[in-house]
Design a protein around this ligand. Structure first.
Ligand code: ADP
Ligand code: DP6
Length: 332
C-alpha cells in the first residue's frame, strides 16, 4: 500500500489560459500568468492498495458518480502508465473552495491530486515535473505548484509545457484579491467545454490570440517594476477580451450574470473615487478584484453597501503546493 497527501491552493489568472491546441496532452494555445492565493485550497489524500478492484473518488466525504470518477481514473491511468504502478486507488479530497463555480477548484483539485500521487509513490518530482503532471489533469493546475506569480509556458510538447515561478521580489505580498461571490452554484458550461467551443467556433478567437504577447509583456514588466496600475489595467483588459470571445461562439454563451456587471460597474466607480482596483473573471459569474493590500479595507467597505460580508472573501498571495507523505507509507 502507498499513501500520500498534498495541499494545493487555487490560482487566478491575470492573463488567461483560454483554448487548447492539444486536448489530450492539454497543451494551451497561449501562455498565461497567474497569482496563487491563500484563501481557497484543496487537500487530497490518495491510497494505492492491492485489494482495490477499481479507483474511487470521494469529494468532501461524498462518493462521486461515474462521470466525476472517470476524470480521476483517466488521470490515475496516466500516473500508472508513466510510473509503472499497477494498483487502483482511493482518492479522498476536501475542497476549501466552492466546486465548479469559477473559483478555480479544478486548479487546486488537480494540483493536489498530482501532489498526492507524487507523495504516495515517492516520485520525488521536481517542481517542473510536478507542474507537467498537474497540467495533464487540468491546465490551470500546473500553475498551482508555485506560490505567488507563475507563468505557464505553453510549449509545444508534453515535456516543454509547464509553469514557472516569476521572480517578483515578493511584491505579491503587497497585493490582495477580493472575491465577490454572486453565485456559488455549479456553472452551466465548464471551462473545458467553454474554451473548446470558443476555439472551434468563435470568430473573435484569432483576435484574442493576437493580443496575448503584448499583454504578457505588459504584465511581466508591471511585476518587475511593481507598477500596480499597469498590472491592473492589463488584467482587466485581458479578462474582458477573453469573455468577448464567448459572445461570438456558436452557440454563443457568456459567464456573466447581471450581478457580475454590477460588480464591474462598482469597480469602475471605486476607481473614479480614487481607489485603484481592477476586476477579472473566469468561467463563472463571480468577480475577483485585484487591489493593493493597503486599500483592501476601503474596497470592502465600499462594496459592503451592496453585498453581505459572506459574499466578500479576501485572499492574499498564497504558497506553492505542499506534499505531506502519510505515516506508514511503504511499498508492500
Ligand atoms: P472551477 O471553476 O471550479 O475550476 P471547472 O469546471 O473548471 O470549475 O472544474 C471543476 C471540475 O474540477 C470538477 O467538476 C471536478 O471534475 C474537478 N475538481 C474540482 N475539485 C476537485 C478535487 N478536489 N479533486 C479532483 N477534481 C476536482
Ligand atoms: C478561465 O484549467 O479549468 O480559469 O485545462 O480544460 O481543465 P482544463 O481547463 P481549466 O481552465 C481554466 C480557464 C480559466 C482561465 C485560467 O485559469 O487561466
Amino acid at each position: 500500500m502507498y499513501t500520500g497527501k498534498a495541499r494545493a491552493y487555487t490560482n487566478i489568472a491575470l492573463i488567461k489560459y483560454w483554448g487548447k491546441k492539444d486536448e489530450h496532452l492539454i497543451l494551451p494555445m497561449n501562455n498565461s500568468l497567474s497569482l496563487t492565493l491563500d484563501a481557497f485550497y484543496t487537500e487530497t489524500t490518495i491510497e494505492f492498495k492491492e485489494s482495490f478492484t477499481e479507483d474511487s473518488f470521494f469529494l468532501d466525504g461524498i462518493k462521486q458518480d461515474q462521470k466525476q470518477t472517470a476524470k480521476i481514473t483517466a488521470f490515475l491511468a496516466l500516473v500508472r502508465q508513466q510510473y509503472q504502478v499497477s494498483l487502483f486507488a482511493k482518492v479522498d479530497s476536501r475542497n476549501f473552495v466552492p466546486t465548479a463555480a469559477g473559483l478555480a477548484s479544478s486548479a487546486s483539485g488537480l494540483a493536489a491530486l498530482a501532489g498526492a500521487c507524487s507523495a504516495a509513490l515517492n516520485l520525488e518530482l521536481t517542481d517542473k515535473e510536478l507542474s507537467r503532471l498537474a497540467r495533464r489533469g487540468s491546465g490551470s493546475a500546473c500553475r498551482s505548484i508555485f506560490g505567488g506569480f507563475a507563468e505557464w509556458q505553453k510549449g509545444n510538447s508534453d515535456q516543454t509545457s509547464f509553469a514557472e515561478a516569476i521572480v517578483s521580489d515578493n511584491w505579491e505580498q503587497d497585493l490582495a484579491m477580493l472575491f465577490v461571490l454572486v453565485d456559488d452554484g455549479v456553472k452551466d458550461v465548464s471551462s473545458r467545454d467553454g474554451m473548446k467551443r470558443t476555439v472551434e467556433t468563435s470568430s473573435f478567437y484569432a483576435g484574442w490570440l493576437s493580443s496575448i504577447d503584448a499583454d504578457l509583456k505588459t504584465a511581466k514588466q508591471a511585476i518587475a517594476e511593481k507598477d500596480f496600475k499597469a498590472l491592473g489595467e492589463v488584467t482587466e483588459a485581458n479578462a474582458l477580451r477573453m469573455h468577448g470571445t464567448t459572445l461570438a461562439a456558436n452557440p454563443p454563451f457568456t459567464y456573466w450574470s447581471p450581478e457580475s456587471l454590477t460588480v464591474m460597474q462598482l469597480v469602475r466607480q471605486a476607481r473614479q473615487n480614487g481607489l485603484p482596483c481592477y476586476f477579472t473573471m473566469d468561467a463563472g459569474p463571480n468577480v475577483k478584484i485585484l487591489v493593493e493590500k493597503k486599500n483592501l479595507a476601503a474596497l470592502k467597505q465600499f462594496l459592503a453597501h451592496h453585498f453581505s460580508s459572506e459574499q466578500l472573501i479576501s485572499a492574499n498571495a498564497g504558497p506553492g503546493i505542499t506534499l505531506l507523505p502519510e505515516e506508514g507509507s511503504e511499498k508492500s
